[in-house]
Design a protein around this ligand. Structure first.
Ligand code: BEZ
Length: 223
């Protein structure tokens, strides 16, 4: 990367800028393919809110086909899906009809229209100084209390992994009681790690155990 490119990339606000894990997800009301919706009406369930750059584009189409096919998996985890782009409601409708006719899948989760970018900007889905109004591929995992628990961001030219979205949701739910930690590549049914002790006495008492901080909890999420 040249200095110039580095400067350009660091001077841009990163997508998701301003929001952090643990923040309350900003509330909004909007028109969607399933009617008028308000984010706070989804309290009490998990919610995956995600943006896509544009309707009628190749990668986005593959993502929506994959997510519509996996929607039951999210439902089984008491998690709703909610998509958003700057395209109009009627563009969303036309695209969903095309997806149904071409792929035989009905996208039944809501897709929000955000033509003024008011939601996209609140969530950092577009950089304020971008001259392209398309949102990037962000994902916000929102818990039943309305707090953001994880987020990710992909460029327009790389599609997201539905299994990884489900795995992240499984991991967030499995560690929700605060007792366990999900290790790298964790899958439901596998052991979690134990929260390490924060007491120096415990550390010194763990004689001969150099990896005292790296213990399985024996608990897994049995899915
Ligand atoms: C796509 O989904 O294929 C796409 C969207 C925006 C820009 C480039 C590709």
């Amino acid at each position: 990367m040249t200095n110039h490119a580095l400067r350009d990339s660091t001077e841009r606000d990163a997508p998701c800028a301003g929001l952090r894990i643990g923040d309350q997800a900003p509330d909004f009301s909007a028109r969607s393919t399933t009617g008028d919706i308000r984010l706070s009406d989804f309290r009490g369930r998990w919610l995956v809110l995600f943006s896509h750059p544009a309707d009628f584009t190749p990668v986005c189409t593959t993502e929506f086909v994959a997510l519509a096919r996996a929607e039951e998996e999210f439902e089984r985890r008491d998690c709703a899906l909610m998509a958003l782009s700057v395209d109009s409601l009627f563009s969303h409708f036309a695209w969903l009809r095309m997806i149904r006719d071409r792929f035989g899948v009905e996208v039944r989760f809501p897709i929000i229209e955000d033509p003024t970018l008011v939601i996209a900007q609140a969530y950092g889905m577009v950089a304020p100084q971008d001259n392209d109004s398309a949102t990037v591929r962000t994902i916000f995992f929102i818990d039943p209390q309305g707090a953001i628990r994880a987020m990710s961001c992909y460029p327009a030219n790389v599609g997201r992994s539905t299994p990884e979205m489900i795995r992240t949701l499984d991991a967030l739910q499995a560690v929700d009681d605060g007792r366990g930690l999900a290790p790298a590549n964790w899958q439901p049914g596998e052991s979690l790690l134990r929260q390490p002790s924060a007491s120096l006495d415990d550390v010194f008492a763990a004689e001969g155990q150099a990896d005292w901080f790296l213990q399985q909890s024996g608990e897994g999420a049995g899915r």
